[in-house]
Design a protein around this ligand. Sequence first.
Ligand code: NAD
Length: 234
Amino acid sequence: MSQHKPKLVVFTGAGISAESGIRTFRDSDGLWEEYNIYEVATPEAWNKNRELVLEFYNKRRKQVLNAKPNAAHKALVDLEKKFDVWIITQNIDDLHERAGSKNVIHLHGEINKSRSTVDETLIYTIKGEELLSGEKCERGSQLRPHIVWFGEQVPMMDVAYEIASSADLFIVVGTSLVVYPAAGVIDYVPDNAPKYLIDPNEIKVNGITNLTIIKEKASVGVPSLVAELMKDRG
Ligand code: NAD
């Protein structure tokens, strides 16, 4: 009979991809790679200057295509041998998938996909590096990046809350926990579940029980925590 695997939920943010060469934006004063995020990552920006928004995401896409998963992404894959692992990520890159993780929920969309501006269920994989003005969905409307912008609903939020609320263990990696509603995921984790937070900087967390803070970079903190959890499972 197969052994029951505890459910381990991992919540990741930009910090887990920092050592793959993809910059976080909190670390750079509200600028994301020299762009003011509100001028490129809002519905208003799309209506005002579509070319600039497309250019911004085309650059991000090129950067992601040239990046590789790091030791933290890879270590999370090892956990699948002994745990039922679910990754809830705020990242738009695909480094968890490329490392080999099976269950990845993207709260804020995916950089390598586009979607229709008249029907949000029409989602396409972008072939190559660029999405351009004039590229249309099968219903004839301009395609936009498949990204959840500031001010938009987060369609995967309820799925994430449900996964978090049934976690036996919970790991947070590389997120400032200031972007809502995503950051609220941690509040759904059962009180008695052991929780770990890995980040080299001080993160404000209030009222979270059973929390161990590991003040390390992801590439160091994640592999060592994974090794410890695997050992505990025998
Ligand atoms: P954030 O920029 O607000 O916070 C990043 C966190 O990572 C900080 O707490 C920082 O201390 C930590 N960090 C920096 N280097 C680290 C390292 N080497 N190891 C571990 N932690 C490290 O990011 P956020 O909380 O994810 O929120 C920003 C939003 O911006 C996200 O929701 C996402 O949609 C978007 N974003 C995505 C990417 C990506 O896809 N890789 C990159 C930048 C921003």
